[in-house]
Design a protein around this ligand. Structure first.
Ligand code: HEC
Ligand code: HEC
Length: 140
């Protein structure tokens, strides 16, 4: 009985091996899926340039979340908030950065989780030569 089972199993293996063997195929002509010709070739956009280190950007209205005057790709994960490396109240002086606003803290000196994802409210501001989006905001 055991032998017969092994035989059946081997036959099944053989059958699937045959199925997996690559079938003989004709060479395929690969054509680009994009049929549009490239008519415009231009230089890449300039890299963003940020204000000099240590220079906050003037605020446009009271209680505006200040713009970030530097690159903002520091990681914010559950375990570690990259922004807090410089902006947490106990490190800010040493890092020459402004400590986060009092509103971002809880009574026990921990960051209020509602403020954990800094870039929900703060956005980096680069001096791009080209406008990315039209904007006619005025604080007047
Ligand atoms: C390597 C240190 C460092 C890290 C990390 C860092 N910053 Fe900064 N940040 C600075 C310095 C220095 C300034 C300029 C001094 C200032 O205004 O605080 C600044 C300025 C700012 C300002 C302007 C403050 C103001 O009063 O106008 C904001 C907002 C800010 N950072 C947010 C962030 C956010 C959000 C992150 C994470 C994505 C972050 N920073 C990560 C060093 C850092
Ligand atoms: C829910 C929106 C929000 C989130 C999230 C948030 N902030 Fe702010 N932040 C503000 C606002 C609004 C102000 C301005 C407060 C004022 O002037 O009344 C501010 C102010 C600041 C300032 C300037 C403080 C000062 O005294 O001038 C810094 C620095 C800052 N935030 C950093 C951060 C960092 C770092 C994080 C993430 C850990 C963060 N913020 C998360 C809204 C937010």
């Amino acid at each position: 009985m055991k032998k017969a089972l092994t035989l059946v199993a081997l036959m099944a293996l053989n059958a699937s091996a045959a199925e997996l063997a690559p079938a003989k195929t004709e060479p395929v002509n690969v054509n680009s899926l994009s049929h549009a010709a490239i008519t415009e070739v231009r230089a890449a956009d300039a890299m963003p340039t940020y204000p000099k280190k240590g220079e906050p950007i003037a605020r446009s209205f009271a209680h505006q979340p200040p713009l970030i005057p530097h690159k903002a790709d520091y990681q914010i994960t559950i375990k570690k908030n990259g922004c807090m490396t410089c902006h947490s109240p106990d490190k800010a002086v040493r890092m020459k950065a402004t400590p986060i606003h009092d509103s971002h803290m809880q009574a026990d000196s921990q960051i209020n989780n509602e403020y954990f994802n800094c870039t929900t409210c703060h956005v980096p501001q680069a001096e791009n030569k080209q406008k990315l989006v039209e904007n006619n905001f005025s604080n007047q």
